[in-house]
Design a protein around this ligand. Structure first.
Ligand code: ARG
Ligand code: ZN
Length: 479
Protein backbone atom coordinates (compact mmCIF):
# COMPACT_ATOMS: atom_id res chain seq x y z
CA UNK A 1 0.00 0.00 0.00
CA UNK A 2 1.42 3.36 -0.95
CA UNK A 3 0.26 6.73 0.15
CA UNK A 4 0.74 10.23 -1.10
CA UNK A 5 2.55 12.79 0.98
CA UNK A 6 -0.71 14.53 1.85
CA UNK A 7 -1.66 11.52 3.96
CA UNK A 8 -3.57 12.82 6.93
CA UNK A 9 -3.41 12.03 10.61
CA UNK A 10 -6.45 9.86 10.14
CA UNK A 11 -4.52 7.76 7.68
CA UNK A 12 -1.67 7.34 10.09
CA UNK A 13 -4.18 6.19 12.67
CA UNK A 14 -5.51 3.71 10.16
CA UNK A 15 -2.08 2.34 9.39
CA UNK A 16 -1.13 1.88 13.00
CA UNK A 17 -4.26 0.05 14.00
CA UNK A 18 -3.47 -2.83 16.33
CA UNK A 19 -3.83 -6.30 14.94
CA UNK A 20 -7.46 -6.89 14.37
CA UNK A 21 -9.29 -8.67 17.14
CA UNK A 22 -12.25 -9.56 15.06
CA UNK A 23 -13.26 -13.17 15.41
CA UNK A 24 -14.01 -15.46 12.54
CA UNK A 25 -12.11 -17.86 10.44
CA UNK A 26 -8.46 -17.37 9.88
CA UNK A 27 -7.61 -16.06 6.46
CA UNK A 28 -9.00 -18.68 4.21
CA UNK A 29 -6.46 -21.41 3.79
CA UNK A 30 -6.79 -24.42 1.54
CA UNK A 31 -10.33 -25.71 1.58
CA UNK A 32 -10.80 -28.94 3.48
CA UNK A 33 -11.29 -31.79 1.07
CA UNK A 34 -14.32 -32.86 3.09
CA UNK A 35 -17.10 -33.70 0.71
CA UNK A 36 -19.37 -35.39 3.20
CA UNK A 37 -22.17 -33.00 2.36
CA UNK A 38 -22.40 -34.36 -1.12
CA UNK A 39 -24.52 -37.29 -1.92
CA UNK A 40 -26.65 -36.95 1.19
CA UNK A 41 -30.17 -37.21 -0.17
CA UNK A 42 -32.23 -34.05 0.05
CA UNK A 43 -35.88 -34.36 1.00
CA UNK A 44 -37.75 -35.68 -1.98
CA UNK A 45 -40.76 -33.47 -1.45
CA UNK A 46 -40.70 -29.69 -1.71
CA UNK A 47 -42.61 -29.31 1.56
CA UNK A 48 -41.23 -26.38 3.55
CA UNK A 49 -38.50 -25.79 0.97
CA UNK A 50 -37.43 -22.16 0.62
CA UNK A 51 -38.16 -20.79 -2.87
CA UNK A 52 -35.23 -20.63 -5.32
CA UNK A 53 -36.07 -16.98 -6.09
CA UNK A 54 -36.94 -14.01 -3.88
CA UNK A 55 -40.03 -13.16 -5.92
CA UNK A 56 -38.83 -10.69 -8.56
CA UNK A 57 -40.81 -12.01 -11.53
CA UNK A 58 -38.36 -10.50 -14.05
CA UNK A 59 -35.51 -12.50 -12.46
CA UNK A 60 -37.19 -15.62 -11.08
CA UNK A 61 -34.01 -17.23 -9.73
CA UNK A 62 -32.36 -14.10 -8.27
CA UNK A 63 -32.27 -14.12 -4.50
CA UNK A 64 -34.13 -16.81 -2.57
CA UNK A 65 -37.22 -17.21 -0.44
CA UNK A 66 -37.83 -18.31 3.13
CA UNK A 67 -35.26 -16.30 5.06
CA UNK A 68 -33.92 -12.84 5.62
CA UNK A 69 -30.18 -12.24 5.93
CA UNK A 70 -29.00 -9.96 8.74
CA UNK A 71 -25.24 -10.19 8.33
CA UNK A 72 -22.58 -11.61 6.04
CA UNK A 73 -19.08 -12.51 7.16
CA UNK A 74 -17.14 -12.81 3.91
CA UNK A 75 -13.65 -14.27 4.27
CA UNK A 76 -11.58 -14.72 1.14
CA UNK A 77 -8.00 -15.37 0.24
CA UNK A 78 -7.04 -14.52 -3.34
CA UNK A 79 -3.88 -15.14 -5.32
CA UNK A 80 -3.76 -13.05 -8.52
CA UNK A 81 -1.06 -15.22 -10.16
CA UNK A 82 -3.25 -18.34 -10.07
CA UNK A 83 -6.63 -16.55 -9.92
CA UNK A 84 -7.49 -18.90 -7.08
CA UNK A 85 -9.93 -17.91 -4.37
CA UNK A 86 -10.47 -19.68 -1.05
CA UNK A 87 -13.58 -18.56 0.74
CA UNK A 88 -15.64 -19.00 3.85
CA UNK A 89 -18.94 -17.13 4.07
CA UNK A 90 -20.90 -17.01 7.30
CA UNK A 91 -24.50 -15.85 6.99
CA UNK A 92 -26.68 -14.87 9.94
CA UNK A 93 -30.30 -15.09 8.89
CA UNK A 94 -33.85 -15.42 10.18
CA UNK A 95 -36.26 -17.98 8.75
CA UNK A 96 -39.48 -16.38 7.50
CA UNK A 97 -41.21 -19.77 7.21
CA UNK A 98 -40.53 -23.30 8.36
CA UNK A 99 -37.55 -24.41 6.27
CA UNK A 100 -36.67 -28.01 5.47
CA UNK A 101 -34.09 -26.61 3.07
CA UNK A 102 -33.20 -23.27 1.54
CA UNK A 103 -31.14 -21.89 -1.31
CA UNK A 104 -28.23 -19.52 -1.69
CA UNK A 105 -27.00 -18.07 -4.98
CA UNK A 106 -23.50 -19.11 -6.03
CA UNK A 107 -22.03 -19.21 -9.52
CA UNK A 108 -19.19 -21.61 -10.25
CA UNK A 109 -16.63 -22.33 -7.50
CA UNK A 110 -16.56 -25.58 -5.56
CA UNK A 111 -18.30 -25.96 -2.23
CA UNK A 112 -16.53 -28.29 0.21
CA UNK A 113 -18.67 -27.89 3.29
CA UNK A 114 -21.92 -26.41 4.54
CA UNK A 115 -22.93 -26.11 8.18
CA UNK A 116 -26.08 -24.76 9.80
CA UNK A 117 -25.65 -23.64 13.40
CA UNK A 118 -22.38 -25.52 13.49
CA UNK A 119 -23.78 -28.87 12.36
CA UNK A 120 -22.90 -30.31 8.99
CA UNK A 121 -25.64 -29.82 6.45
CA UNK A 122 -26.27 -31.55 3.14
CA UNK A 123 -25.99 -29.44 0.03
CA UNK A 124 -26.47 -29.72 -3.71
CA UNK A 125 -25.86 -27.49 -6.71
CA UNK A 126 -27.97 -26.82 -9.76
CA UNK A 127 -27.04 -23.93 -12.02
CA UNK A 128 -26.41 -20.94 -9.75
CA UNK A 129 -28.57 -22.37 -6.97
CA UNK A 130 -26.90 -23.87 -3.91
CA UNK A 131 -29.46 -25.81 -1.86
CA UNK A 132 -28.65 -26.37 1.82
CA UNK A 133 -30.55 -28.97 3.83
CA UNK A 134 -30.03 -28.72 7.60
CA UNK A 135 -30.22 -31.91 9.64
CA UNK A 136 -33.42 -30.70 11.24
CA UNK A 137 -35.81 -28.19 9.67
CA UNK A 138 -35.61 -24.60 10.88
CA UNK A 139 -38.71 -23.22 12.58
CA UNK A 140 -40.45 -20.15 11.23
CA UNK A 141 -38.79 -17.17 12.92
CA UNK A 142 -35.65 -19.12 13.91
CA UNK A 143 -32.36 -17.31 13.75
CA UNK A 144 -29.66 -19.44 12.20
CA UNK A 145 -26.12 -19.26 10.93
CA UNK A 146 -25.06 -20.96 7.73
CA UNK A 147 -21.40 -21.33 6.89
CA UNK A 148 -20.21 -22.24 3.41
CA UNK A 149 -16.61 -23.22 2.66
CA UNK A 150 -15.70 -23.02 -1.01
CA UNK A 151 -12.84 -22.42 -3.45
CA UNK A 152 -11.94 -22.09 -7.11
CA UNK A 153 -11.36 -19.54 -9.85
CA UNK A 154 -14.16 -17.00 -9.85
CA UNK A 155 -15.72 -16.45 -13.27
CA UNK A 156 -17.35 -13.07 -13.82
CA UNK A 157 -20.64 -12.85 -15.69
CA UNK A 158 -20.12 -11.93 -19.34
CA UNK A 159 -22.93 -10.34 -21.30
CA UNK A 160 -21.29 -8.73 -24.34
CA UNK A 161 -24.55 -7.43 -25.81
CA UNK A 162 -25.87 -5.65 -22.77
CA UNK A 163 -24.36 -5.62 -19.30
CA UNK A 164 -20.70 -6.15 -20.17
CA UNK A 165 -18.58 -8.07 -17.66
CA UNK A 166 -19.45 -7.89 -13.97
CA UNK A 167 -18.84 -9.72 -10.72
CA UNK A 168 -15.36 -10.73 -9.59
CA UNK A 169 -13.13 -9.74 -12.51
CA UNK A 170 -9.41 -10.63 -12.50
CA UNK A 171 -7.06 -7.75 -13.39
CA UNK A 172 -3.32 -7.73 -14.11
CA UNK A 173 -2.56 -7.06 -10.42
CA UNK A 174 -5.64 -8.32 -8.60
CA UNK A 175 -9.37 -8.08 -9.10
CA UNK A 176 -12.00 -5.47 -9.93
CA UNK A 177 -15.16 -6.37 -8.09
CA UNK A 178 -18.36 -4.68 -9.29
CA UNK A 179 -21.47 -6.83 -9.26
CA UNK A 180 -24.58 -5.00 -10.44
CA UNK A 181 -27.04 -6.49 -11.13
CA UNK A 182 -26.42 -10.06 -9.95
CA UNK A 183 -22.67 -10.74 -9.92
CA UNK A 184 -21.98 -11.04 -6.22
CA UNK A 185 -22.76 -14.75 -6.51
CA UNK A 186 -19.57 -15.05 -8.61
CA UNK A 187 -17.45 -14.60 -5.48
CA UNK A 188 -19.47 -15.50 -2.40
CA UNK A 189 -22.70 -17.40 -1.69
CA UNK A 190 -25.53 -15.06 -0.78
CA UNK A 191 -29.12 -13.99 -1.25
CA UNK A 192 -28.36 -12.11 -4.44
CA UNK A 193 -31.12 -9.54 -4.76
CA UNK A 194 -31.35 -5.93 -3.50
CA UNK A 195 -34.56 -6.72 -1.61
CA UNK A 196 -32.53 -8.49 1.10
CA UNK A 197 -30.00 -6.03 2.51
CA UNK A 198 -27.57 -6.92 5.30
CA UNK A 199 -24.50 -5.68 7.13
CA UNK A 200 -21.08 -7.06 6.17
CA UNK A 201 -17.69 -7.96 7.58
CA UNK A 202 -14.92 -8.67 5.10
CA UNK A 203 -11.65 -10.44 5.76
CA UNK A 204 -9.51 -10.41 2.62
CA UNK A 205 -6.07 -11.99 2.41
CA UNK A 206 -3.80 -11.02 -0.46
CA UNK A 207 -0.10 -11.30 -1.32
CA UNK A 208 2.07 -8.77 0.47
CA UNK A 209 2.24 -5.41 -1.28
CA UNK A 210 -1.33 -5.52 -2.50
CA UNK A 211 -4.23 -3.63 -0.99
CA UNK A 212 -7.75 -4.99 -0.54
CA UNK A 213 -10.59 -2.46 -0.57
CA UNK A 214 -14.06 -3.34 0.66
CA UNK A 215 -17.08 -1.39 1.82
CA UNK A 216 -17.23 0.69 4.98
CA UNK A 217 -14.22 1.12 7.23
CA UNK A 218 -10.89 -0.61 7.49
CA UNK A 219 -10.84 -2.27 10.90
CA UNK A 220 -7.52 -4.05 10.62
CA UNK A 221 -4.50 -4.86 8.53
CA UNK A 222 -2.18 -7.59 9.66
CA UNK A 223 0.41 -10.02 8.38
CA UNK A 224 -0.92 -13.45 7.48
CA UNK A 225 0.95 -16.75 6.98
CA UNK A 226 2.75 -17.20 3.68
CA UNK A 227 3.90 -13.60 3.35
CA UNK A 228 0.39 -12.37 2.88
CA UNK A 229 -1.63 -9.53 4.34
CA UNK A 230 -5.16 -9.67 5.71
CA UNK A 231 -7.36 -6.60 5.43
CA UNK A 232 -10.56 -6.44 7.46
CA UNK A 233 -13.35 -4.05 6.54
CA UNK A 234 -16.73 -3.51 8.14
CA UNK A 235 -19.92 -2.11 6.64
CA UNK A 236 -22.30 -1.50 9.52
CA UNK A 237 -25.16 -0.15 7.40
CA UNK A 238 -27.44 -2.51 5.49
CA UNK A 239 -26.19 -3.08 1.96
CA UNK A 240 -27.52 -4.76 -1.18
CA UNK A 241 -25.34 -7.68 -2.27
CA UNK A 242 -24.51 -6.10 -5.65
CA UNK A 243 -22.85 -3.19 -3.85
CA UNK A 244 -20.37 -5.40 -2.01
CA UNK A 245 -16.77 -5.19 -3.20
CA UNK A 246 -13.42 -6.75 -2.42
CA UNK A 247 -11.39 -4.93 -5.04
CA UNK A 248 -7.71 -5.74 -4.70
CA UNK A 249 -4.42 -4.95 -6.32
CA UNK A 250 -1.81 -2.21 -6.26
CA UNK A 251 -3.33 1.06 -5.10
CA UNK A 252 -2.24 4.54 -4.17
CA UNK A 253 -4.43 5.86 -1.40
CA UNK A 254 -5.36 9.19 0.04
CA UNK A 255 -7.45 9.47 3.15
CA UNK A 256 -8.75 12.32 5.25
CA UNK A 257 -12.06 14.07 5.72
CA UNK A 258 -14.31 16.21 3.58
CA UNK A 259 -14.68 19.88 4.55
CA UNK A 260 -17.96 18.80 6.16
CA UNK A 261 -16.14 16.21 8.28
CA UNK A 262 -17.01 12.96 6.51
CA UNK A 263 -14.14 10.44 6.28
CA UNK A 264 -12.99 10.25 2.66
CA UNK A 265 -10.95 7.42 1.12
CA UNK A 266 -9.72 7.63 -2.48
CA UNK A 267 -7.72 4.84 -4.10
CA UNK A 268 -6.29 4.61 -7.60
CA UNK A 269 -4.35 2.01 -9.49
CA UNK A 270 -0.82 3.38 -10.02
CA UNK A 271 -1.65 3.80 -13.73
CA UNK A 272 -4.11 6.51 -12.62
CA UNK A 273 -1.81 8.17 -10.10
CA UNK A 274 -2.51 11.60 -11.58
CA UNK A 275 -6.22 11.14 -10.98
CA UNK A 276 -5.92 10.63 -7.23
CA UNK A 277 -5.91 14.27 -6.12
CA UNK A 278 -8.96 15.22 -8.14
CA UNK A 279 -10.88 12.07 -7.23
CA UNK A 280 -10.29 12.75 -3.54
CA UNK A 281 -11.16 16.45 -3.72
CA UNK A 282 -14.21 16.23 -5.98
CA UNK A 283 -15.62 13.21 -4.09
CA UNK A 284 -15.39 15.28 -0.91
CA UNK A 285 -17.02 18.37 -2.42
CA UNK A 286 -19.84 16.40 -4.00
CA UNK A 287 -20.51 14.39 -0.84
CA UNK A 288 -20.77 17.58 1.20
CA UNK A 289 -23.11 19.24 -1.29
CA UNK A 290 -25.39 16.21 -1.59
CA UNK A 291 -25.47 16.04 2.21
CA UNK A 292 -26.95 19.53 2.25
CA UNK A 293 -29.37 18.89 -0.58
CA UNK A 294 -30.53 15.31 0.07
CA UNK A 295 -30.02 15.04 3.83
CA UNK A 296 -27.16 13.72 5.99
CA UNK A 297 -24.68 11.35 4.33
CA UNK A 298 -26.05 7.89 5.17
CA UNK A 299 -22.76 6.01 5.60
CA UNK A 300 -19.55 6.19 7.63
CA UNK A 301 -17.23 7.28 4.83
CA UNK A 302 -17.19 8.42 1.22
CA UNK A 303 -14.60 8.22 -1.55
CA UNK A 304 -13.90 6.38 -4.76
CA UNK A 305 -11.72 3.76 -6.45
CA UNK A 306 -10.19 3.87 -9.93
CA UNK A 307 -8.84 0.51 -11.09
CA UNK A 308 -6.98 -0.43 -14.26
CA UNK A 309 -9.79 -2.53 -15.67
CA UNK A 310 -11.79 -1.08 -18.55
CA UNK A 311 -15.24 -2.07 -17.41
CA UNK A 312 -17.02 0.48 -19.56
CA UNK A 313 -19.01 1.59 -16.52
CA UNK A 314 -18.79 2.90 -13.01
CA UNK A 315 -20.59 1.37 -10.06
CA UNK A 316 -21.85 3.00 -6.89
CA UNK A 317 -20.43 0.38 -4.48
CA UNK A 318 -21.55 1.46 -1.01
CA UNK A 319 -19.04 4.00 0.41
CA UNK A 320 -16.63 3.14 -2.45
CA UNK A 321 -17.85 3.98 -5.94
CA UNK A 322 -15.69 2.28 -8.54
CA UNK A 323 -14.57 3.67 -11.84
CA UNK A 324 -13.50 0.99 -14.27
CA UNK A 325 -10.42 2.04 -16.18
CA UNK A 326 -10.95 5.78 -16.64
CA UNK A 327 -10.25 9.06 -14.88
CA UNK A 328 -13.78 10.03 -13.82
CA UNK A 329 -15.07 13.50 -14.59
CA UNK A 330 -16.98 15.53 -12.04
CA UNK A 331 -20.31 14.62 -13.53
CA UNK A 332 -19.88 10.87 -13.11
CA UNK A 333 -18.52 11.35 -9.59
CA UNK A 334 -21.67 13.39 -8.85
CA UNK A 335 -23.71 10.51 -10.30
CA UNK A 336 -22.09 7.68 -8.33
CA UNK A 337 -22.14 9.64 -5.07
CA UNK A 338 -25.82 10.58 -5.52
CA UNK A 339 -26.42 6.81 -5.63
CA UNK A 340 -25.24 6.60 -2.03
CA UNK A 341 -28.63 8.16 -1.18
CA UNK A 342 -30.60 6.89 -4.18
CA UNK A 343 -29.88 3.20 -4.67
CA UNK A 344 -27.61 2.39 -1.76
CA UNK A 345 -29.38 3.81 1.30
CA UNK A 346 -32.81 3.76 -0.38
CA UNK A 347 -32.71 0.59 -2.48
CA UNK A 348 -35.07 -0.87 -4.98
CA UNK A 349 -37.23 -3.86 -4.09
CA UNK A 350 -37.48 -5.11 -7.67
CA UNK A 351 -35.32 -4.40 -10.70
CA UNK A 352 -38.12 -2.90 -12.79
CA UNK A 353 -37.98 0.19 -10.53
CA UNK A 354 -34.35 0.87 -11.47
CA UNK A 355 -35.18 4.45 -12.55
CA UNK A 356 -35.38 5.17 -8.78
CA UNK A 357 -31.59 4.65 -8.86
CA UNK A 358 -30.48 5.72 -12.33
CA UNK A 359 -33.03 8.44 -13.06
CA UNK A 360 -32.25 10.09 -9.73
CA UNK A 361 -28.46 9.80 -10.11
CA UNK A 362 -28.66 11.24 -13.63
CA UNK A 363 -30.86 14.04 -12.34
CA UNK A 364 -28.16 14.66 -9.72
CA UNK A 365 -25.67 15.24 -12.56
CA UNK A 366 -27.98 18.02 -13.76
CA UNK A 367 -28.25 19.39 -10.23
CA UNK A 368 -24.46 19.47 -9.96
CA UNK A 369 -24.28 21.37 -13.25
CA UNK A 370 -26.91 23.81 -11.98
CA UNK A 371 -25.03 24.20 -8.68
CA UNK A 372 -21.70 24.93 -10.36
CA UNK A 373 -23.02 27.54 -12.80
CA UNK A 374 -23.40 25.27 -15.81
CA UNK A 375 -26.63 24.44 -17.58
CA UNK A 376 -29.61 24.26 -15.20
CA UNK A 377 -31.62 21.07 -14.81
CA UNK A 378 -34.41 22.74 -16.73
CA UNK A 379 -32.06 23.52 -19.61
CA UNK A 380 -30.87 19.90 -19.62
CA UNK A 381 -34.50 18.82 -19.66
CA UNK A 382 -35.41 21.14 -22.56
CA UNK A 383 -32.43 20.05 -24.63
CA UNK A 384 -33.33 16.40 -24.32
CA UNK A 385 -37.07 16.92 -24.65
CA UNK A 386 -36.46 18.70 -27.95
CA UNK A 387 -35.07 15.54 -29.54
CA UNK A 388 -38.26 14.08 -31.01
CA UNK A 389 -36.72 10.92 -32.42
CA UNK A 390 -34.80 10.02 -29.25
CA UNK A 391 -35.20 6.23 -28.74
CA UNK A 392 -36.02 6.88 -25.06
CA UNK A 393 -39.58 7.81 -26.07
CA UNK A 394 -40.20 4.18 -27.05
CA UNK A 395 -38.91 2.77 -23.76
CA UNK A 396 -41.00 3.55 -20.67
CA UNK A 397 -38.40 4.06 -17.90
CA UNK A 398 -40.76 3.14 -15.05
CA UNK A 399 -40.60 -0.46 -16.12
CA UNK A 400 -36.96 -1.39 -16.71
CA UNK A 401 -36.84 -4.39 -19.04
CA UNK A 402 -35.05 -7.47 -17.73
CA UNK A 403 -33.09 -7.86 -20.98
CA UNK A 404 -32.23 -4.14 -21.18
CA UNK A 405 -32.13 -2.93 -17.59
CA UNK A 406 -29.70 -0.07 -18.05
CA UNK A 407 -31.31 1.43 -21.14
CA UNK A 408 -30.64 5.16 -21.63
CA UNK A 409 -34.31 5.80 -20.93
CA UNK A 410 -33.96 4.55 -17.36
CA UNK A 411 -31.23 7.16 -16.91
CA UNK A 412 -32.23 10.17 -19.06
CA UNK A 413 -35.99 9.85 -19.35
CA UNK A 414 -35.96 8.93 -15.65
CA UNK A 415 -34.16 12.20 -14.95
CA UNK A 416 -36.56 14.11 -17.20
CA UNK A 417 -39.43 12.64 -15.16
CA UNK A 418 -38.01 14.27 -12.05
CA UNK A 419 -37.72 17.63 -13.80
CA UNK A 420 -41.34 17.26 -14.94
CA UNK A 421 -42.29 16.68 -11.30
CA UNK A 422 -40.22 19.70 -10.22
CA UNK A 423 -42.02 21.88 -12.76
CA UNK A 424 -45.39 20.61 -11.54
CA UNK A 425 -44.84 20.99 -7.79
CA UNK A 426 -42.32 23.84 -7.54
CA UNK A 427 -38.78 23.88 -6.18
CA UNK A 428 -39.60 23.92 -2.50
CA UNK A 429 -41.92 20.93 -2.56
CA UNK A 430 -39.63 19.10 -4.99
CA UNK A 431 -36.57 19.26 -2.77
CA UNK A 432 -38.68 18.44 0.29
CA UNK A 433 -39.87 15.41 -1.68
CA UNK A 434 -36.29 14.24 -2.36
CA UNK A 435 -35.29 14.71 1.28
CA UNK A 436 -38.43 13.04 2.63
CA UNK A 437 -37.99 10.09 0.27
CA UNK A 438 -34.44 9.60 1.50
CA UNK A 439 -35.41 9.99 5.16
CA UNK A 440 -38.51 7.77 5.00
CA UNK A 441 -36.69 4.84 3.37
CA UNK A 442 -33.21 5.25 4.86
CA UNK A 443 -31.34 1.89 4.78
CA UNK A 444 -34.45 0.23 3.35
CA UNK A 445 -36.21 -0.60 0.11
CA UNK A 446 -38.87 1.28 -1.81
CA UNK A 447 -40.97 1.14 -4.97
CA UNK A 448 -42.20 3.50 -7.68
CA UNK A 449 -45.83 3.56 -6.44
CA UNK A 450 -44.50 4.68 -3.04
CA UNK A 451 -42.62 7.55 -4.70
CA UNK A 452 -45.69 8.63 -6.63
CA UNK A 453 -47.81 8.50 -3.47
CA UNK A 454 -45.29 10.64 -1.58
CA UNK A 455 -45.11 13.20 -4.39
CA UNK A 456 -48.89 13.50 -4.36
CA UNK A 457 -49.07 13.71 -0.58
CA UNK A 458 -46.44 16.44 -0.26
CA UNK A 459 -47.69 18.51 -3.19
CA UNK A 460 -51.40 17.97 -2.58
CA UNK A 461 -51.67 17.42 -6.35
CA UNK A 462 -53.04 14.62 -8.46
CA UNK A 463 -49.95 13.48 -10.39
CA UNK A 464 -51.07 10.14 -11.80
CA UNK A 465 -51.29 11.31 -15.40
CA UNK A 466 -47.89 13.03 -15.22
CA UNK A 467 -46.19 9.91 -13.88
CA UNK A 468 -48.11 7.70 -16.27
CA UNK A 469 -47.01 9.71 -19.31
CA UNK A 470 -43.39 10.01 -18.19
CA UNK A 471 -42.79 6.57 -16.71
CA UNK A 472 -45.16 4.14 -18.33
CA UNK A 473 -46.10 5.18 -21.88
CA UNK A 474 -44.04 4.16 -24.94
CA UNK A 475 -44.32 7.66 -26.38
CA UNK A 476 -43.07 11.20 -25.90
CA UNK A 477 -45.14 12.94 -23.18
CA UNK A 478 -47.09 16.06 -24.17
CA UNK A 479 -44.67 18.25 -22.21
N1 ARG B 1 -25.20 1.53 -11.70
C1 ARG B 1 -24.14 1.78 -12.63
C2 ARG B 1 -24.18 3.27 -12.98
O1 ARG B 1 -24.73 4.04 -12.33
C3 ARG B 1 -24.25 0.96 -13.85
C4 ARG B 1 -23.93 -0.49 -13.67
C5 ARG B 1 -24.04 -1.23 -14.92
N2 ARG B 1 -23.75 -2.62 -14.73
C6 ARG B 1 -23.25 -3.39 -15.69
N3 ARG B 1 -23.01 -4.65 -15.43
N4 ARG B 1 -22.97 -2.88 -16.87
O2 ARG B 1 -23.69 3.76 -13.94
ZN1 ZN C 1 -26.01 5.07 -12.00
Amino acid sequence: MRFTRQASAALVALLTLPACSQSGDAAAGPAHPDTSGKGTPVAASGADAGAPGIGDSDFPLDGNGGYDVGHYGVTIGYTPSTKHLDGVTTIDATATQRLSRFNLDLSGLEVSEATVDGAKAAFSREGDELTVTPQTPLADGARFTVKITYAGQPKPVKDPSNLGTYGFIPTTDGAFVASEPSGSKTWFPNNDHPADKATFDFQITVPQGLTALANGELTGKKAAPGGRTTFTWRETHPMATYLATATLGKFDLRQGRTAGGIPNIAAVDPAYRNALGKLYRVSGEVTDYWSKLFGPYPFSSTGGVVDNYSAGYALENQTKPMYGGFDPDTSIIAHELAHQWFGDSVSIKRWKDLWLNEGFATYAEWLWSEHTGGATADTMFRRQYAVKNDPVWKYPPGRAKPDDLFNQSVYRRGAMTLQAVRRAVGDQTFFTLLRTWVADHKYGNATTPEFIALAEKLSGKQLDSLFDAWLFQPSRPES
